[in-house]
Design a protein around this ligand. Structure first.
Ligand SMILES: [Zn+2]
Length: 158
């Protein structure tokens, strides 16, 4: 993803895109994810909407239960023509027994949203967001016909 588009997401969702580098930064200043977002701009909207949904769910949950469960995105990339979204949870150590099943429900809700976004990417051109289908011609990729033709012409010109 182009740096400007990545920055847009980092700024919009500061609670999700942080990496605390304790050794490098004694003040524990938040840091954007190390590997960036390794897919093209066509999937921006899918990622944007997924992040909004996750952030809203977390905020609502934490407000309602007066707690501070956290989720941090580790890596977002393309693999086998589809979006892959990796994240970790941070939960408090002194969770009440009453809260644990509720956190499990929150986790499966988020997992469902991530799966939906990953499935949606298999029908969305990674380059321009037009409808597309994942194909295995040559290699796994999800690119619309117009983008395939554009890429071919580009190669012929080289
Ligand atoms: Zn396209």
């Amino acid at each position: 993803m182009t740096p400007a588009k990545q920055e847009e997401l980092f700024v919009k969702y500061p609670s999700l895109f942080v990496e605390v580098l304790k050794e490098k930064d004694p003040d524990q200043k938040p840091w954007p994810i190390r590997f960036g977002i390794s897919c093209s701009n066509g999937w921006f909207k899918i990622i944007d909407e997924l992040c909004a949904l996750i952030e809203n769910s977390m905020e609502q949950f934490n407000q309602r239960h007066k707690t501070s469960v956290g989720l941090r995105i580790v890596q977002i990339k393309e693999k086998f023509g589809g979006l892959r979204f990796y994240y970790t949870w941070s939960t408090l150590t002194d969770m009440s027994d009453e809260l644990l099943p509720k956190i499990d429900r929150l986790k499966s809700r988020i997992e469902g949203a991530v799966q939906l976004a990953e499935n949606l990417s298999l029908f969305t051109c990674e380059l321009c967001a037009a409808p597309a289908e994942c194909t295995t011609e040559g290699w796994y990729h999800t690119t619309c016909e117009a983008c395939v033709i554009k890429n071919k012409q580009h190669k012929e010109l080289e």
